[in-house]
Design a protein around this ligand. Structure first.
Ligand SMILES: [Zn+2]
Length: 288
């Protein structure tokens, strides 16, 4: 194979309420050249490169800073800013930010209409994909990322990682990552069943993943759980910095999400991806 210079591409996204933007920075040409793309109209890829100054101005002018600026060789890993070696269940910022997360996809029945809903509401979300499911549905997997949602690692085949050794854990996470063909680095992982131990946490840290749990469990997968019940749980428990756990493989997912978005927006919350949440300074715990 012919040797060629490694092209560094940084994908990042920032949002305000009206114009989510996905930015691609390509430094393969002299000077930083930056292309702008409206994630909701991917065909409108700008022919005019923005200057880096314009990009910084734009990022300052919007609600959230660019979280992934510091990291991101194409196809590689990037450490989540502010990541800790422990686990993250919520990330209070004082800014009423909330992260919706969906596990076990992509799902051929639910993921598409869910993305349509989220997009029409201008709501970012994070999808924790299973590697083997992602590999079986490459177009859907690529679409999740093309539309600007965050993709996280939920292992290859959903084992309890605490029952595996270092090599087994690494293999589960690496195979899953390879199946995601992410244009942006996958920086967060959610352990199946929320099961983790010191070995799981260390391997994740070594591989550049933050271990993401949740503080609002909708229990949507339990038999007989209605959309109304899911909505009720979220509205009772969600607070600043909450990470909400749902699964995009159930008939309740879309109707529940629709109501959750409407109500939490009314309460003044802004939705972000997990990486965007972690890119914000965390409020320190109050001293007793
Ligand atoms: Zn799962």
């Amino acid at each position: 194979m012919e040797a060629s210079a490694k092209k560094t591409t940084i994908w990042t996204r920032f949002d305000n309420r009206h114009s989510p933007l996905l930015l691609k920075i390509d430094d393969s040409s002299p000077g930083a050249v930056l292309f702008r793309m409206n994630t909701f109209n991917p065909s409108t890829l700008s022919k005019n490169p923005l200057t880096l100054t314009t990009a910084i101005f734009l990022s300052c002018a919007t609600l959230l800073p660019i979280p992934a600026f510091a990291a991101g060789v194409e196809g590689g890993y990037g450490k989540t800013p502010n990541a800790t070696e422990g686990t993250v269940s919520s990330w209070p910022t004082g800014k009423k930010l909330i992260a919706l997360t969906y596990d076990d996809g992509p799902n051929t029945k639910v993921t598409q209409p869910l993305m349509d809903l989220l997009e029409s509401e201008g709501v970012p979300a994070t999808f924790y994909l299973l590697g083997q499911t992602a590999k079986a549905n490459p177009k859907l997997t690529a679409e999740i990322q093309r539309r600007g949602f965050e993709v996280g690692n939920h292992s290859w085949s959903h084992p309890q990682l605490t029952k595996l050794g270092v090599d087994g854990i690494k293999s589960q996470l690496q195979r899953a990552n390879d199946a995601m063909t992410a244009p942006r680095p996958v920086t967060t992982m959610r352990p199946p069943y929320g099961a983790h131990n010191a070995t799981v946490r260390r391997v994740c840290s070594d591989m550049g993943f933050s271990v993401i749990l949740w503080d609002v469990d909708t229990n949507d997968w339990r038999k007989g759980t209605t959309a109304e019940k899911i909505v009720k749980t979220v509205l009772e428990e969600a607070k600043d910095g909450s990470i909400i756990l749902m699964h995009d493989r159930l008939p309740t997912t879309v109707p529940a999400t629709r109501q959750i978005i409407a109500e939490l927006k009314k309460r003044g919350y802004t939705f972000v991806t997990v990486s965007q949440l972690l890119a914000q300074p965390r409020l320190s715990a109050k001293k007793p």
